[in-house]
Write a protein that binds this ligand. Structure first.
Ligand SMILES: *Cc1c(COP(=O)(O)O)cnc(C)c1O
Length: 423
């Protein structure tokens, strides 16, 4: 098997003789055909081919193929954002009257999606702590549960998901596990190898890595057998009247059913396509992902160690830091490092955190993480403003929590900046 490093550089796009070495940007909406019969066969999904960029575009397909290969999946699609990826991944399985189980330690935007917006669409969500007891996890399932959701490394709580445990619970109830793998990226963890069935990404973060474009991706492992539960997954196992009665699980097999349905129905009706220009930029990021992730993880750990030793820091969270609540899980799932993100509390609480952030120079305040440049955020004042104090605590985010995203600068410079700001 080709090494992951090589896939980062060369995966997805395999030019023939005389073709562009770099994946070209297909900056067009439409493709022309000689006969309308030919185009009709494409519309009927009888033949593969391009006709409209909202449904498929060669630039996006090449980048999605690289991400699928990196995750070890069977098929993938790009979306306009990570939010769209998580929405589509869940909505491809759950409809009004259905239910999902999610860990509570997830990204604030995903929490709002699952707790509030999907509820307005008739989909209920039960949240469980990532370290809940077996009885609590068991009790979260209902007869109408359609999937389980979690994040490999939660943003910003930094709790590591016990993927095997949640996959086993999901499978015991005949539903797939969806894992948002944004923080580790496939370079540091490949959830499909631990039993997850579908992986999502905000490519906005490390995959792009340069703070240049918002995007998302969904990868299907191609192993969950929808046909074993035809009543639970009618959208995959029964004819789609909006597509001339195609049965996705039959026509496209385990490898292709999920992504084809998400493209044919959700992308068709809801939009949210990645622009080919942005897909090209994400691919530039992917070409160095293996190099950058190693440095992000190293810097994250070194900064976490320095903060843990500082008298003005009350606590530090980083999954690879000895003694961290997620340390054991991180050693199992993320042995080469977890990510560049560190969460910590300043001794004087909310005010101390705000004062320190005003003095930082190298680390800059931004509603962003997982970028080549070190950035810092106070979630209770930004991404998680919508949440009540109880919800914040359930998500593992106190009002004093500072989220520091270590870039790929020299770790000593990041540490020196923190030291002067904490003075
Ligand atoms: C940022 C983020 C998202 C949302 O992604 P966007 O690209 O901003 O829409 C989802 N999940 C995680 C873990 C994230 O960090």
């Amino acid at each position: 098997m080709t090494s992951l490093d090589t896939v980062c550089v060369q995966g997805g796009w395999h030019p023939g003789s005389g073709e562009p070495r770099q994946v070209p940007i297909y900056q067009n909406t439409t493709w022309k055909y000689d006969t309308s019969e030919h185009m009709g066969r494409l519309f009927d999904l009888e033949e593969s081919g391009y006709f409209y960029t909202r449904l498929q575009n060669p630039t996006n397909d090449a980048v999605a193929a690289k991400i699928a290969e990196l995750e070890g999946g069977s098929a993938a699609m790009l979306t306009s954002s990570g939010q769209a990826a998580n929405f589509f991944a869940v909505f491809n399985l759950a409809s009004a009257g259905d239910h999902v189980v999610s860990t509570s330690a997830i990204y604030g935007g995903t929490y709002n999606l699952l707790a509030h917006t999907l509820k307005r669409m008739g989909i209920q969500c039960t949240f469980v702590q990532p370290d809940c007891s077996s009885a609590e996890l068991e009790a979260a399932f209902q007869p109408n549960t359609k999937c389980v959701f979690g994040e490999t490394v939660a943003n910003p709580a930094l709790a590591v998901l016990d993927i095997e445990r949640f996959a086993q619970a999901a499978h015991a109830h005949g539903v797939p596990l969806i894992v948002d793998n944004t923080f580790p990226t496939p370079v540091l963890c490949r959830p499909l190898e631990w039993g997850a069935d579908i992986v999502t990404h905000s490519t906005t973060k490390y995959m792009d890595g340069h703070g240049a474009s918002v995007g998302g991706a969904i990868v299907d492992g191609g192993t969950f057998d929808w046909r074993a539960y035809p009543e639970r997954f009618p959208g995959l196992c029964e004819p789609d009247e909006s597509y001339h009665g195609v049965v996705y699980a039959e026509r496209f097999g385990l490898e292709g059913a999920f992504i084809t349905k998400a493209t044919a129905q959700l992308m068709r009706d809801l939009g949210s396509i990645q622009s080919p220009q942005n897909a090209f930029l994400i691919n530039l990021g992917l070409e160095s992902l293996h190099l950058r992730m190693a440095r992000h993880a190293e810097n994250g750990l070194r900064v976490a160690q320095a903060l843990a030793a500082h008298p003005k820091v009350s606590w530090v969270l980083h999954p690879s830091l000895v003694g961290d609540p997620s340390y054991e899980l991180a050693q199992k799932y993320l042995p080469q490092g977890s990510c560049g993100v560190v969460a910590f509390g300043v001794a004087e609480g909310r005010e101390g955190a705000e004062a320190m952030m005003r003095k930082l120079k190298l680390a800059q305040i931004a509603t962003h993480v997982a970028d080549a440049r070190t950035c810092v955020l106070h979630p209770a004042n930004a991404t998680h403003r919508q949440m009540t104090d109880d919800e914040l605590r359930a998500a593992g985010i106190g009002p004093d929590l500072v989220r520091l995203s270590c870039g790929i600068e020299d770790a000593e410079d990041i540490i020196a900046d923190l030291h002067q700001a904490l003075e």
